[in-house]
Design a protein around this ligand. Structure first.
Ligand code: CTP
Ligand code: CA
Length: 217
């Protein structure tokens, strides 16, 4: 079984010394890579900038990227041959319209930046998904959580969506724990307790393996 996994944030440059990014640490994605590898899969981990070392497991090949465009190119190159896609990256939705060649100098009292939309990696690859391939997305919502997560599942052709809760203290960005709800294309909804990200990774991998055709499991 071959798994394509995106993880971490993306950094979208503004000038040679600045970027727009987010607080994703990559912990959840790296834990998923380790857990899939431990289950016998080979993993192509496409990682944005993180402070984490490349996972040591020999079945995990890590490719480092900075921007959403780079992450898309790297993921696209692996997508056709992967049995399972997992989109755990916190991809920047927008990037600066222009990247200044020189450091932007301080001038007026306000500065307005123009941003343009980034490629939606999961959406674009979702259009190419074959029936035997399995796609897992993440959703982090602050309102109408399940409805928004389900609409992402349909729009991006996911088979499973991992809804991250922000309601529990200790869940999500920067924490070692996470509280998730799994929503499947068949309509099933499974809520899990707050637990370590390594244990959450086991729950997610277990749910994926249970839904794969038996030839893969
Ligand atoms: N995703 C992606 N490429 C993007 C944006 C998102 O691959 N440019 C993936 C994420 O990795 C995640 C899923 O799509 O698996 C949902 O990401 P999310 O940010 O929740 O969804 P958006 O469609 O960007 O919607 P919004 O941020 O407005 O809620
Ligand atoms: Ca987004």
């Amino acid at each position: 079984m071959h798994v394509l996994l995106t993880a971490g944030p993306t950094y979208e440059p503004l000038d040679p010394v600045r970027f727009i990014g987010n607080h994703s640490t990559g912990k959840m994605g790296y834990a998923l890579a380790e857990t899939f590898a431990a289950a016998g899969a080979t993993v192509s981990l496409i990682s944005g900038p993180t402070k984490l070392p490349d996972p040591a497991h020999p079945a995990i090949r890590t490719t480092r990227v900075q921007t959403a465009a780079e992450m898309y190119r790297a993921a696209e190159a692996e997508a056709a041959r992967a049995d399972v896609w997992v989109f755990a990256a916190a991809v920047a939705d927008y990037r600066p319209a222009e990247v200044a060649e020189q450091k932007i100098k301080k001038s007026g009292d306000t500065l307005t930046l123009e941003l343009v939309k980034n490629v939606d990696i999961a959406f674009e690859l979702g259009k190419t998904k074959r029936p035997e391939q399995f796609s897992v997305g993440f959703a982090l919502e602050t309102e109408n959580e399940q409805a928004h997560a389900l609409s992402k599942l349909h729009r991006k052709n996911f088979d499973l969506v991992v809804l991250n809760s922000l309601r529990d203290a200790g869940a999500g960005f920067g924490h070692d724990t996470n509280q998730i709800t799994l929503l499947a294309a068949d309509g099933s909804v499974t809520r899990f307790e707050l637990k370590l990200k390594s244990a959450v990774a086991h729950d997610i991998v277990g749910a994926v393996l249970a839904r794969l055709p038996h030839s893969h499991a």
